[in-house]
Design a protein around this ligand. Structure first.
Ligand code: HEM
Length: 388
């Protein structure tokens, strides 16, 4: 799983569209849907709920360590929470961020050494999405290193205990940041959300303390822990295939499709978040009992030959209807809110890197290493390159 999850997903998919599995690190038993059609259907199935209170394992509010957020809620709460922030992430609002994203990428590329060695995760894939979401939310630069280490432990846990401690630290950090915004005010998104957390806010715009914490947590963590894996993992696939790299360098018109192919091939969020069966649900002839936990295998579904022939091949010239047939951003009501932003950041990072460092290549002397992963997220921890 760690070295080559697609081989495992492929092996499972060849044996059926749905399986009972045990999730590593948390040692949790659940159902994993790996068929493409079944995955799409599961993401639209309103009997499979996001609210953990539908889980048979749910006993207390342990699942709320970092507040209750839109990804862990169902309508009508989900609808209200999503509506509060969706205007910030529309394609138009995100297009307006282009100059700032380009400037950030330029600054990061300026700081790279002339010939290498360099690590493209540390110098580009990580700091870019981190800076973008922290600026949007108003996280000061001095806090970002701490924030980064807690966040990383929460989404790529080294143990259940360490993840719990990091969630506690993050929760404390957000509470403090929120208190600062409440006292000082500000123009960032977090300050706007703090203004919704008052008795004067209209009912449909009101955020409880717990929801405010959950929103800050979700946006900040989802805003960078995912995109780092797309930029890092996608660049790795390209750098492994010099002919693909050359095709892209020769035709910048392929850039957008290359990002989709990266999403399809890498699928950096490998599974959905947990769904919980509110009643028994039959998927492909197998009955998932009420209270069971379900993961939708987004990475597995993306490699279905039924939607993209030769699914394991990475090809930036694939017809767009194939490269876009992935479920990398999910599907249905919880479809990724940040998809336009993630696409923009990745396209600019990739385009600028190839333009300014056309000789970029993998460093033959230093291996790529991978982040620890409990199954949901996957991406390289280091991506060593040279530019000579
Ligand atoms: C390559 C980058 C990204 C990938 C692959 C990705 C993937 C996903 C996926 C698969 C979901 C749905 C999960 C589920 O249904 O269980 C999701 C939801 C979400 N994503 Fe992203 N994401 C990315 C970047 C971002 C960014 C930059 C943001 C910025 C704020 C963001 C914010 C969110 C939010 C708020 C949700 C929850 C939406 C809801 O519950 O309605 N994501 N993302």
């Amino acid at each position: 799983m760690h070295e080559d999850p697609h081989a495992v997903f492929g092996w499972l998919a060849a044996r059926g569209p749905v399986h009972r599995v045990r999730v590593p690190v948390f040692d949790k038993e659940c159902w994993l849907v790996v068929g493409h059609a079944e995955a799409r259907a599961a993401l639209l199935d309103d009997r499979l709920r996001n609210d953990i209170r539908h889980s048979a394992d749910w006993t207390d509010d342990g699942g709320y360590a970092v507040g209750h957020n839109m990804l862990q809620s169902d309508p009508p709460q989900h609808t209200r929470l999503r509506r509060l922030v969706s205007a910030e992430f529309t394609a138009r609002r995100v297009a307006a961020m282009r100059p700032r994203v380009r400037q950030l990428v330029d600054e990061l590329l300026d700081a790279l050494p002339a010939t290498g060695p360099a690590d493209l995760v540390e110098s580009l894939a990580l700091p870019l999405p981190m800076a973008v979401i922290c600026e949007l939310m108003g996280v000061p630069e001095s806090d970002r290193a701490d924030f980064r280490s807690w966040s990383s432990e929460v989404v790529a846990p080294t143990s259940a205990e360490a993840a719990g401690a990091a969630a506690g630290a993050l929760s404390g950090y957000f509470a403090e940041l929120i208190a600062r915004r409440r006292a000082e005010g500000g123009e960032d998104l977090l300050s706007a959300l703090v203004r919704s957390n008052t008795a004067d806010a209209a009912a449909e715009e009101r955020l409880s303390d717990e929801e405010l914490l959950g929103m800050a947590f979700l946006l900040l963590v989802a805003g960078h822990e995912t995109t780092v894996n797309l930029i890092g993992g996608g660049l790795l696939e390209l750098l492994r295939r010099p002919a693909q790299l050359a095709a892209l360098r020769a035709d910048a018109g392929l850039l957008e499709n290359a990002v989709e192919e990266m999403l399809r091939h890498v699928s950096p969020v490998q599974t959905s978040s947990f769904r919980f069966a509110a009643e028994p649900v039959t998927v492909a002839g197998r009955e998932i009992p009420a209270g069971a936990s379900v993961l939708v295998g987004l990475a597995a579904a993306a490699r279905a030959a039924s939607v993209a022939p030769r699914p394991d091949e990475f090809d930036v010239r694939r017809p767009p209807e194939q490269s876009r047939a992935h479920l990398a951003f999910g599907h249905g009501a919880h479809f990724c809110l940040g998809a336009p932003l993630a696409r923009l950041e990745t396209a600019i990072a990739l385009g600028s890197l190839l333009e300014r460092r056309p000789r970029v290549r993998l460093d033959p002397d230093r291996p790529v290493t991978w982040r620890p992963s409990a199954i949901m997220l996957r991406g390289p921890a280091t991506l060593p390159v040279r530019f000579d």
